[in-house]
Design a protein around this ligand. Structure first.
Ligand code: GUN
Ligand code: ZN
Length: 668
């Protein structure tokens, strides 16, 4: 029921289908009061803005008038909301009042009875910082209720979808246990519970710990809901960590107190009242001045005050959805980390949250696409810790280098470095110190993100940041194979030698570089695929082609037949295989690497070049990252097709819905 369409960071632009209705993620579920008289914003507007709402089954159950209508006509008729309706179970009331007047199974039955789309178990929201014993005991009780609730659904043949909430307070081993135990059960959505008190205390570092410890142990194919997160300033960060759903009572609650939401935090109407206009263009803010709205808000006339609350709540809702649309666009463009870094600059506590992410980079990187439409923009020191950088430092080891010369370049040298540095002989591996990416082998420097990045002039401490990485990398080579390190004199000979050429025309420069094209492609393939694809025997049979206009490397072909093996994709300089290239990758990369094994029943479709659906994937390279080029094979490891994987290794095995591989071509 959950399908990924596009992604960036750990965020998933996806579709959830429930009972024939659709939700586009990431999204927010406005909290709607089950009593229409207590609902601040008219349901018409909510119907217009939202795919899904959350309301409360416990209040509905315990309020006789509401219970009667819901029981007879259903929750959709009671709330007048047309699309997906999620209900909470009374757990929040449990956390506030200490007890509730309902049994765990009773509320499951009721949620089914009133036609809820997604109900919630009666979990126990254990607050932060309580004793380990209490958190553990309450978690055990939540897990028992979770099992009972699923058994009840099964036994009664309910069609209700269920939220299985993750608890465990601020004890991370309990959060992990909760995610593992609940993850084994067949819940439809996994909310992360009891984070509201942490958010109220601005403890965003702890929120990040909870999100990531849960995400690491939850199944990847189920949507995750950050329960009680309704402030737009937190959406970008939490979406980037893989939270698909949010819920907001904040839009209405804040309005009652005259509070005006922005993506940078909350303002008070009183603070805005002297502005000529609101800093927002939503229908409310374009229609009213701060002065007018404030006047209504402080009015003694009850109706006027109520009207002001409604208008304020509507602004809060517009701004909330606007931020989600911005996040979705950022996912499509591949610049979500830039948005996150921007948002987290609004408050040092948010920055705590962002900085905490680096602790989990090994996991985060596995979910981050290997290539993005947008370049990498360095927005501040935190950018040093991004998954693109972490990945490059790992993958640097993939590139074989035999005659290494380490060099500094001034920060004014335009990228790619190789187009702006003097030429040298093909067998020399110039390793360029890069302040952000650590070390960049000149032969792969055109590949994403090594050239597709913008970095401002750095402070001295930033320039020094990678010194330790560089010296560790070089020391290791010195210890293991000192003969690979060339000394400065040798290198100077080469640079001086080619400098004369460098000063000639652009044409001569590129003509000279042509000689090294195959070496370059060999290293690029190593970097991208982690294996050596071109041996000497093959190299002799290849020719390369450069673009006549840009002089850039375009493709590589068999010398005799002129069949193309790989095309250099302009946007990221990745080597995209044609049929001949795929065959060569298949021959040179041992199984299971870069492979996705599919079910025999769809073999023929794949051979014809049709997309591969996740449910037909039976095995794969577990180390695949989103947007990598992969080989589609059968159980006998025969090549069937090749294309781009939308899912990483873990997801390929866990998803059973939606497209997994965007197939470029089949072998037929
Ligand atoms: N609303 C906010 N937090 C929670 C939680 O932990 N559990 C439930 N069921 N609802 C919540
Ligand atoms: Zn507005």
């Amino acid at each position: 029921m959950f399908e990924i369409k596009a992604r960036d960071a750990m965020a998933r632009l996806g579709v959830i289908k429930i009972n024939g209705k659709k939700i586009e993620t990431p999204t927010i579920m406005p909290v709607v009061h089950p009593n229409p008289k207590k609902q601040t914003v008219p349901i018409d507007l909510i119907n217009k803005l939202a795919d899904v709402i959350i309301t409360n089954s416990y209040i509905t159950y315990t309020t006789p008038e509401l219970n009667e209508i819901a029981s007879e006509k259903g929750i959709h008729e009671l709330t007048k909301f047309k699309n997906v309706i999620v209900t909470d179970s009374g757990s929040f009331q449990l956390s506030v009042y200490g007890s509730v007047n309902v049994q765990p199974m009773e509320i499951i039955d009721f949620q089914e009875k009133i036609g809820v789309d997604v109900g919630t178990i009666l979990d126990i929201p254990t607050p932060p910082d309580v004793s380990y014993e209490r958190a553990s005991r309450e978690l055990d009780e939540t897990i028992i209720r979770a099992k009972d609730s699923l058994a009840r659904r099964e036994e009664m043949d309910y069609k209700l979808k269920l939220n299985g909430t993750i608890q465990g307070s601020t004890h991370m081993d309990l959060r992990i246990k909760s995610a593992q135990e609940m993850g084994k059960m067949n819940f439809d959505i996994y909310p992360l519970g009891a984070v509201v008190p942490l958010m109220e205390q601005y403890r965003y570092g702890d929120v990040v710990d909870i999100i990531l410890n849960s995400k690491i142990h939850l199944p990847s194919n189920k949507p995750v809901h950050l329960f009680g997160c309704g402030h737009p300033m937190l959406f970008a960060l939490s979406a980037a960590l893989g939270c698909d759903l949010f819920d907001s009572a904040a839009y209405a609650l804040y309005a009652k107190q005259g509070r005006y939401l922005t993506v940078d935090g909350t303002k008070h109407l009183d603070d805005l009242k002297d502005l000529k206009n609101f800093p927002c263009q939503c229908p409310i803010c374009s229609q009213y001045t701060p002065k007018e709205l404030n006047k209504m808000f402080v009015s003694k006339n009850k109706d006027e005050r109520k009207e002001a609350e409604r208008l304020l709540a509507e602004h809060n809702l517009y701004i909330t959805f606007e931020e989600l649309d911005r996040i979705k666009f950022a996912i499509k463009e591949g610049n979500l980390w830039e948005l996150v870094e921007e948002r987290c600059r609004a408050h040092p506590k948010l920055m705590d949250g962002l900085r905490r992410v680096s602790k989990y980079m090994e996991f985060v990187e596995k979910n981050d696409p290997v290539s993005k439409k947008s370049g990498f923009f360095y927005t501040g020191f935190e950018s040093m810790f991004r998954p693109e950088v972490y990945r490059h430092k790992q993958r640097l080891n993939r590139v074989q280098m035999d005659k290494i010369y380490l060099t500094n370049v001034s920060s004014t040298v335009r990228k790619p470095y190789s187009e702006n540095l003097p030429n040298i002989e093909c067998d020399v591996d110039v390793l360029i110190k890069d302040p952000v990416f650590g070390l960049v082998p000149m032969y792969i420097d055109t590949m994403y993100p090594l050239s597709q990045n913008e970095v401002p002039e750095l402070y001295d401490y930033e320039k020094k940041f990678n010194n330790e990485f560089v010296s560790n990398f070089m020391s290791k080579i010195e210890e293991e194979s000192p003969e690979k390190l060339m000394d400065i004199h040798t290198y100077n000979y080469y640079t001086n030698h080619s400098k004369t050429k460098f000063e000639k025309t652009k044409e001569t420069l590129y003509a000279h570089k042509d000689n090294c094209d195959l070496t370059r492609l060999d290293k690029m393939l190593q970097y991208q695929y982690g294996h050596k694809i071109f041996d000497n025997e093959i190299m002799d049979k290849l020719i390369t082609k450069r673009s006549k206009t840009t002089k850039r490397l375009r493709n590589v072909m068999w010398k005799d037949t002129k069949e193309v093996l790989f095309t250099v994709r302009a946007s990221d300089n990745f080597l995209i295989p044609a049929k001949e290239g795929a065959k060569l990758l298949h021959e040179k990369i041992p199984a299971p690497f870069h492979r996705v094994v599919i079910d025999p029943s769809v073999e023929e479709f794949a051979k014809d070049g049709k997309s591969v659906y996740a449910k037909f994937v039976i095995d794969c390279d577990k180390e695949l990252r989103p947007y990598e080029e992969v080989l589609v094979v059968n159980k006998e490891d025969e090549l069937l097709a090749f294309g781009t994987t939308l899912l990483n290794g873990k997801e390929l095995l866990e998803f059973d819905y939606g497209v997994a591989i965007d197939v470029r071509n089949g072998v037929n």
